[in-house]
Write a new protein. Sequence first.
Length: 458
Amino acid sequence: MNIIILGAGQVGGTLAENLVRENNDITLVDVNNKRLKDLQTKLDIRTVTGPASHPSVLEEAGAKNADMMIAVTSSDETNLVACHIGYQLFNTPTKLARIRSRDYLEQQQVLFSTAGFAIDYCISPEHVVTDYIRRLIEYPGALQVLDFMKGEFRLVAIRPYFGGPFVGKPLSHLREHMPEDVLCIAAIYRGNRSIPLNPNTVIEIGDEVFFIAPKEHVRNAMSSLRQLDEPYKRIMIAGGGNIGAELAASLETEYQVKLIEHNTERCRVIAERLKHTTVLQGDASDRELLMSENIEYAHVFCALTNDDEVNIMSCLQAKRLGARQVMALITRTAYVDLVEGSDIDIAISPQQATIGSILTHIRQGDIVNVHSLRRGAAEAIEVIAHGNEKTSKVVGNYLSQIKLPKDASIVALIREGKMIVPYEDTTIQSEDHVIVFLADKKHLSEVERLFQVNVGYI
């Protein structure tokens, strides 16, 4: 595909890196020429320097021949105008925009229609990250919780510990004692490598296990691999920006929430908006402040400021003062790698969460969900199988007959609302939702082609 990315920040740069790997033609536009040159030395991309909303810049970027325009600059207004110009002047087929302002999002049905700014898909990073953190809080002990089938099924990553009845036992033992529509093991990582799954594969302490389960059975599935943690009740949030404030608003009716913000005026605005959250003015890494607010009784400490260093330091401080679990919002990939395995339990990458939402709209075929895993190295996708034995390469075939690329596996089928654990003699039917796990994303295009319906399909 011929794709123009507007904005070379963390999201734009990471997105370009992901899409170049998949043999797309990428043009990156930004006002920061140095940033563009740095990316061009690493990636096989074309760059254009200039304001993303200027028609002449978009024309130079090749908007007339672009299949897609993705506007992810730091300005909502620039993203809106660029998509509108792409529609009006260049007839760009598909336009995605990152929008942060709640004012715009609350009116998106009117503003983003063809009568407005002509945006096909809107991505709100704050909303995506807030939902992601909320799911982690909902399932204590989970490393990742991601949705399939509009949240009816969930992909969960956990580390097995002592107390899990199936830890140290082969997968055949798990399948004998757990109903197949309750738990499906999708992948196991050991020593940073994906290991082959077969009935004799043993789940070991310290593995990173990905499983799929219906939403109502996630806790039961988790309890098979580790002793369940007590539910979280007391949440402390550092940072009253868009993400921190939105997270507090989504949690305050079910949890005891405290929010720390250093800016006095911002504190006043947040306190007026939130009805059940205790809003505190101060430094989130201030030891005395944390101790005075009983940090040792906090179940979760979330550092969500716009400064990676502040988030890391405040999490380390909170953990040493007794917080049960700490989560840090980290935008720099190098920092994510650095803190992994430290006292910080979960490092949250906003660009990876956002990119997953964007990739869903870029993938070919009827792909309805794309989730980036293990800092973008792997992917789990949900694709709907269409056609019949004559028009599809998958429908009507046994799994053993489907020529999946290396490092790709069909880990679950969802048929008429029920999960099916696939075996070699399982047949894929039309309209099945197929969950595919890709340990290496470079084979994604092969999977996309595999599920595309031939021209004869009507």
